[in-house]
Design a protein around this ligand. Structure first.
Ligand code: FAD
Length: 422
């Protein structure tokens, strides 16, 4: 991709035609993740739209003028005017293609996309999921000189990257910011030489053939597969939840608590995640009401004591949300008293939901043998019921789901695989 500087901007970008501009930085994992996608798309669309990149830190005045605040940020231009939405963060190929349709027209883009050739890449091991479990498996396999590719639908790091502070990961005296721990785990595995395919669409998985297709284009054929896809937050399943997701309802305090400075917030849940995250949200919000279905919290004693002593946090126990509505900027939550069955409405500026997790298994079409809670059963070497397919971390059947247990699983699977094919 052609690199330009601020002085070229007018000539290269504003002088007519279609242009895609990538504002990038160095030492930026999402920038590295998007670069090969842009190169591939430039080969396909290069005759229709000009692709240029600008080093953000080296062209600060221009970045500030265009209000480009993070790297990478993709901007699309048509005849000197910025058009359609900007893309930032962990950008998927399909999202760029979607925006190209706005710039070049749906028909043109569909026609060009139809010319792309699918291709197969052979590797020793493909790992699905780049959280602590997958990253650790990747590290051990890479150090054993096994050709490994790590695939994730998001950026690497998994849950750790969205956890505010981690105080129970051995080796650090002080609590570590989750994003930093996730980043360091990822960099360690990447620097070893593991290939990363992140922020991709996993469009097909054939566990029997050990083939994983990403972005509807590349099929990765592996001798072994490690499934490390973790879990997703449970939803309340009540009216209004889908409608207001991201518009007042959040499942990630680290991501969204900062938007609730001096605001009133409801936290749904009573386990460790809910209580610990409420404590974090209290750094921003003026008032937090914890709604929990039982008459006691499930969180451990330390977390409970901290929450009980926080003057910003109050509790509505034995209550369950039944519906969410919005009145202007205010969220209106209808709650049921589990003892009296009476309904009442409470208002807040935002709602955070922490009511447990479910394993990420949708793409596997019920091929795994599962435990009674729906998690993948494995043997002590982390083998599943499917030959050559291993599973590690939170997605597997186990008693305790923690970073340390996920990385232990990743270690075991990698060593088992190394013994088989190393
Ligand atoms: C709010 C919260 C706070 C926590 N705090 C702590 C703590 O303080 N200490 C502690 O030890 N543990 C903590 N945990 C638990 C810990 O984060 C998990 O046990 C750990 O991250 C599990 O690692 P994993 O690799 O199995 O899964 P995850 O970290 O969940 O990573 C799974 C990865 O798989 C990817 N993925 C999902 N679907 C697909 C797919 N179809 N294809 C490819 N990739 C996919 C995801 O994008 C993700 O990157 C916390 C969890 C939560 C929710």
């Amino acid at each position: 991709m052609k690199e330009i500087v601020e002085a070229d901007y007018e000539k290269e970008v504003l002088n007519g035609g279609s242009v895609l501009v990538d504002f990038y930085s160095t030492e930026c994992a999402p920038c590295e993740a998007v670069a090969p996608k842009l190169e591939g798309l430039e080969k396909l669309f290069g005759k229709e739209i000009k692709f240029v990149k600008i080093f953000r830190q080296g062209n600060r005045e221009l970045s500030d003028k265009l209000i480009v605040k993070s790297s990478p940020t993709l901007l699309f231009y048509q005849d000197g005017e910025e058009v359609c939405g900007r893309l930032a963060g962990g950008i998927k190929r399909s999202e760029i293609v979607r925006e190209l349709k706005h710039v070049l027209g749906k028909e043109k883009v569909t026609e060009i996309m139809a010319t792309q050739q699918p291709f197969v890449t052979d590797v020793d091991v493909a790992i699905l999921g780049a959280g602590p479990g997958g990253l650790t498996a990747g590290l051990y396999l890479c150090q054993a000189k096994i050709n490994t590719v790590l695939i994730d639908i998001a950026l690497p790091g998994g849950y750790v990257s969205t956890t505010h502070m981690v105080s129970n990961y051995p080796g650090f005296i002080d609590p570590q910011p989750g994003y930093l721990l996730g980043h360091n785990m990822s960099e360690q595995t990447k620097q070893c030489g593991t290939t990363y395919k992140v922020a991709v669409d996993v469009t097909k998985v054939d566990l029997q053939k050990k083939e994983i297709t990403i972005d509807n284009q590349e099929t990765i054929r592996a001798k072994r597969i490690v499934v490390a896809t973790g879990t997703s937050p449970n939803k309340m399943g009540i009216p209004g939840e889908v409608e207001f997701r991201g518009k007042g309802i959040s499942y990630c305090a680290t991501c969204d608590a900062k938007y609730f400075g001096d605001k009133e917030v409801i936290v749904v849940g009573g386990g460790n995640s809910a209580i610990e995250e409420a404590d974090f949200i209290a750094k921003f919000a003026s008032k937090i009401t914890i709604i929990h279905q039982f008459d006691q919290l499930q969180a451990n004693k330390t977390a409970q004591e901290k929450a009980f002593s926080n003057p910003k946090i109050s509790f509505l126990l034995s209550h369950e949300p039944r519906a969410i509505k919005k009145d202007g900027d205010k969220m209106m939550v209808e709650v049921e008293d589990m003892k009296t069955k009476e309904m009442k409405t409470i208002t807040a500026d935002g709602i955070f939901v922490f009511i447990g997790l479910k394993p990420n298994l949708e793409i596997f079409n019920n091929q795994f043998e599962l435990d009674e809670w729906g998690y993948i059963k494995t043997d002590e070497d982390k083998r599943t019921n499917i030959e050559g397919v291993f599973a590690v971390g939170d997605v597997t059947s186990k008693k305790y789901r923690q970073i340390t247990t996920a990385i232990a699983d990743g270690t075991i699977a990698a060593i088992s695989i190394t013994r088989e094919i190393g």
